[in-house]
Design a protein around this ligand. Structure first.
Ligand code: ZN
Length: 446
């Protein structure tokens, strides 16, 4: 008896140890990790052109099955049901929203994936992911409020228009490759200032109001616009050693690797000029959606024009052409260290050194319209400050890439330089800009 009960006890102990071992192995080795699901796009608003991307990962035991379902209201539609054959660690697919047979409005995409794990009594791990979307297939509608546009090459224009959709993502005027943002006024009304770029021949590009909604639907409306051609004059500019000796030391920090002064000039006139122009486009966005200015813009008083807008400059050194650039402002010179009045009312958005422009002030006048004052010897204002028309903002000088004491003056629309001559002309403003501002106001009163 004693012997038998001893053997049974031993058997029980062996069985127990075996069970604990198997259970331990199972718990230890079984893949308890769910498959990982990535569901794109992440944006909520999509149109019919959108493509859903589904990506599954399960590196431990491999994927077994996937189900993709679209849910809209009470309707559930299986878009894809797939059993994997070789337990892949990775699987992905794309589905076109257009093929899903959905109505406009909210819907959900649900992905359910299972792997080949022994876990959960050999059923596999199950994971699900869901993303909510809004399907919008209707493009916004544009209604122009301004019809006639007479422009000159390098000149400015304005347009008032309505958009019937609240969820606009991007609205503005495209001309060639340039884009000028529009600013929301009241109700459904937008106002945009735009330029006919100096580097576009008349007839080469046409101003087009373009609007894109949150889902990516686009609408366009061409503006009826006559463009006066304007010849781009060329000027020969001699670079002397005296000029290089005076101006180049100020640019040593910008290009520490370049020792030769002529090589340094080429880098400044090319690379640095392009970098500064990109900075102006960025500053162009620091604006407000209403005009801060009124009446004509002031021209630097008692100053002679030394260089015009959009002159193509060919630079010569020892009778050899070495560089080329377009001068996109107007140079005005009077006496050294002359006081500079603000051309119109606005807010200072830049007051600092700016590469080739030297000490620079930029005033924002609203709706992307800005005036720039370069080569200053002294800056008397600071960023964020409001200025009135005629208020002194500093003194002229020869800082940056300047041959002598003068004011380099630019008018810009969203960072693109335009001819200042129009903005100095009360009649031009009265005929071309004021009516558009009024159209926006009248439309709001409708
Ligand atoms: Zn200049």
């Amino acid at each position: 008896m004693g012997n038998q009960s001893g053997r049974a006890k031993r058997l029980v102990i062996v069985l127990l140890i075996s069970f604990v071992c198997v259970a331990g192995l199972y718990v230890f080795f079984a893949d308890k990790q769910e498959p990982q699901i990535t569901l794109m796009p992440e944006s909520k608003y999509i149109n019919e052109d959108a493509i859903a991307e589904i990506d599954l990962q399960d590196s431990l035991s491999g994927l077994a099955e996937v189900n993709i379902v679209a849910v809209q209201g009470e309707t559930e539609k299986t878009l894809l049901s797939h059993t994997m054959e070789q337990s892949p660690a990775h699987w992905s697919t794309t589905l076109q929203v257009k093929e899903m047979g959905l109505q406009e409005g909210p819907f959900q995409l649900r992905v359910i994936a299972e792997d080949n794990s022994w876990f959960r009594y050999l059923q596999g791990n199950r994971a699900s992911a869901e993303q909510s979307y809004v399907l919008d297939t209707t493009p916004p509608r544009i209604r122009l409020e301004s019809f006639r546009h007479n422009m000159s090459r390098g000149g400015s224009g304005a347009v008032a228009f309505r958009i019937d959709e609240e969820e606009k993502e991007r609205a503005g005027v495209s001309v060639g490759e340039a884009f000028f943002p529009a600013y929301h006024q009241e109700k459904d009304i937008y106002l945009a200032f735009f330029a006919y770029p100096y580097n576009l021949r008349a007839g080469q590009g046409r101003p087009v109001v373009t609007v894109q909604d949150r889902a990516g639907n686009k609408a366009k409306s061409s503006l009826r616009c006559s463009v006066t051609p304007r010849r781009q004059p060329t000027k020969r500019l001699r670079i002397t050693d005296r000029f290089l000796d005076r101006t180049m030391p100020g640019f040593r920090d910008a290009f520490p690797g370049i020792q030769d002064k002529l090589e340094l000039f080429l880098a400044v006139n090319g690379k640095l000029r392009r970098k500064n122009r990109a900075k102006l486009r960025e500053i162009g966005n620091h604006t407000v959606s209403r005009p801060l200015w009124s009446g004509r813009f002031l021209r630097q008083p008692n100053a002679a024009k030394q260089s015009s807008y959009a002159v193509r400059r060919n630079y010569y050194y020892q009778s050899e052409q070495i560089s080329q650039a377009t001068h996109l402002g107007i140079d005005l010179a009077s006496v050294a260290r002359a006081r500079i009045p603000a051309a119109n009312s606005g807010r200072i958005v830049y007051a600092d050194r700016l590469g080739i422009y030297g000490q620079t002030v930029i005033i924002d006048h609203g709706l992307g319209l800005q005036s720039l004052y370069g080569h200053m010897s002294q800056i008397g204002v600071s960023e964020g400050q409001s200025v009135d028309k005629g208020e002194i903002i500093g003194r002229t000088g020869a800082t940056g890439l300047a041959g002598g004491d003068h004011l380099h003056f630019e008018m810009l629309i969203s960072g693109m330089p335009v001819t200042p001559v129009e903005w100095w002309d009360a009649k031009w403003i009265e005929n071309n800009i004021v009516p558009k501002l009024e159209q926006a106001r009248e439309a709001a009163a409708d």
